[in-house]
Design a protein around this ligand. Structure first.
Ligand code: ASP
Ligand code: MG
Length: 470
């Protein structure tokens, strides 16, 4: 049995949906269980609608809801013939009417809690799963939609809910096994779950990949296939490096290092259930299905020079807390991290040199105001006394990381990386390497990001190295 997850672009247009139906039909012998995202852009739109509703913008909300209705209805009309069409139009009408009611409530209350954001966000997948299932039936493939809220049970940390695996696994087996055994292909809503009191939750943005891994682990799938719109994990972002190549095989650990670094291939949590049950994950391109893609498993093929891929994160800034008073103040790091944690800030990278003179945090641009305000308040006494000199933000930076299992214990990786940059007078602003040695991350000026990625890619000969199968 195989779990196949199709992302937003794969279910985003009539042509893409036809392609999905072809792919699933051709894989019937593998007993696929399908997980889908919302049609591309729909989750963003739903969130914008919710925000608009809380501002009381009724006309705008109504207009956007009608756009969603039209997009789904026209897709239904283009893909389904009479009988399936009637049923699916009814489903779209029912769901969009429900969405309308929820939004009306938000408009009246002018209040938007994370719990309500999750309810509104859930409509995208609740629309796409029955749609994909109907498209499969239309092609003669027996299929039934499945609402993951019936099985994926979570806590109530809305927008980033944590899964209760014991409960979820047994419910998934109970809910899906009969259909699979009967040769029917379930099409499951990605991204969503529910609390023990059946309140709708979501597992985090982009988390349909995670849903696929949760389902795969519960059903003991042979493989989890993530169908997306790129050929696989690559040696670098192909928009930056034209010679970037697809990596045929990477390890779970390498994949984890890459997804944390914004490689955008997989939701970071996807690896956890897969690793636990040693289920290989395959990344495949819906729009180029004949290419093999990337296989993520326990095995890896190391590249001759140790580094396998160069990843980068943009739209970040560097917050520096500095002052000679930091030296020998053991509680400072704890206070810094407590402050960022309280504001649920995602720390992308942080460093402190052994002089203890400053602590640098790399965070998303959009979180910088919040973080600086919070740190200024936390350390106001130290700033008044002068034991802290300043808390500053450096915008317009980017993080670049070199990743590879082969880096572990291999001397010279940092030398080759920084040597290549030094030779081209690229300045390194901050550096971090964990003791797992799988990843060296560093900060450069955003203006030099592209050149940095290209230089490092070529320094490790990633355009020609044999990181593919032997
Ligand atoms: N539709 C959700 C999102 O846009 C989940 C996903 O696409 O994986 O975040
Ligand atoms: Mg995604």
């Amino acid at each position: 049995m195989i779990v196949m997850k199709f992302g937003g672009t794969s279910v985003g247009t009539v042509e893409a949906l036809q392609q999905v139906a072809r792919i699933v039909a051709q894989s019937r012998h593998l007993q696929p269980v399908v997980v889908v995202s919302a049609m591309s852009g729909v989750t963003d739109t739903l969130r914008a609608i919710a925000a608009d509703a809380s501002q009381g913008n009724r006309a705008d909300v109504q207009c956007r809801i009608e756009d969603l209705r039209a997009r789904h209805t026209s897709t239904v009309s283009a893909l389904l013939s009479t009988q399936e069409r009637e049923g699916m139009v009814e489903t779209v009408t029912y769901l969009i009417d429900e969405l309308e009611n929820v939004c009306h409530g938000i408009t009246l209350l002018q209040e938007l809690s994370p719990r309500t954001i999750d309810l509104v966000s859930s409509f995208g997948e609740r629309l796409s799963a029955p749609l994909v299932s109907a498209v499969l039936r239309e092609q003669g493939v027996p299929s039934t939609p499945y609402d993951a809220r019936l099985s994926i049970k979570t806590d109530d940390r809305y927008t980033e809910a944590e899964v209760d695996f014991a409960e979820t696994n047994s419910r998934l087996v109970e809910g899906l096994r009969p259909a699979v055994d009967a040769g029917t292909i379930p099409v499951i809503t990605g991204f969503i779950g529910s609390t023990q009191h059946d309140v709708t939750t979501t597992l985090g943005r982009g988390a349909s990949d995670y849903t696929a891994a949760i389902v795969g682990s519960a059903l003991k799938a042979d493989e989890i296939w993530i169908w997306t719109d790129v050929d696989g994990a690559m040696t670098a972002d192909p928009r930056i490096v034209s010679e970037a190549r697809v990596l045929a095989k990477i390890s779970y650990q390498e994949a984890a290092e890459m997804s944390y670094f914004g490689a955008k291939v997989l939701h970071p949590k996807t690896m956890l259930p897969a690793v636990k049950d040693r289920i290989p994950i395959r990344i495949k391109n819906t729009f180029n299905p004949s290419t093999t893609g990337t296989l993520i498993s326990e095995e890896t093929v190391s590249s001759p020079l140790g580094v396998k891929t160069v990843t980068n994160i943009d739209h970040v800034c560097l917050v520096t807390i500095e002052g000679s008073g930091l030296i020998g103040m053991p509680d400072t790091p704890a206070r810094v991290f407590k402050t960022t944690a309280q504001h649920q800030v995602n720390l992308i990278m942080f460093t402190q040199a052994s002089s203890e003179h400053d602590i640098c945090l790399v965070i998303l641009d959009k979180e910088s105001d919040t973080v600086v305000k919070a740190l200024l308040s936390e350390f106001r006494h130290e700033l008044e006394r002068g034991s802290l000199e300043a808390i500053t933000v450096q915008p317009d930076i980017a993080v670049v990381a070199v990743v590879g299992e082969g880096m572990k214990g291999t001397p010279g990786i940092a030398a080759r990386t920084f040597g290549a940059l030094g030779a081209h007078r690229i300045n390194i602003i901050a550096i971090a390497q964990g003791s797992s040695e799988l990843n060296i991350s560093f900060v450069v000026d955003r203006k030099e990001l592209k050149e940095t990625v290209r230089l490092v890619h070529s320094a490790f000969e990633l355009d020609k190295s044999v990181t593919s199968d032997k």
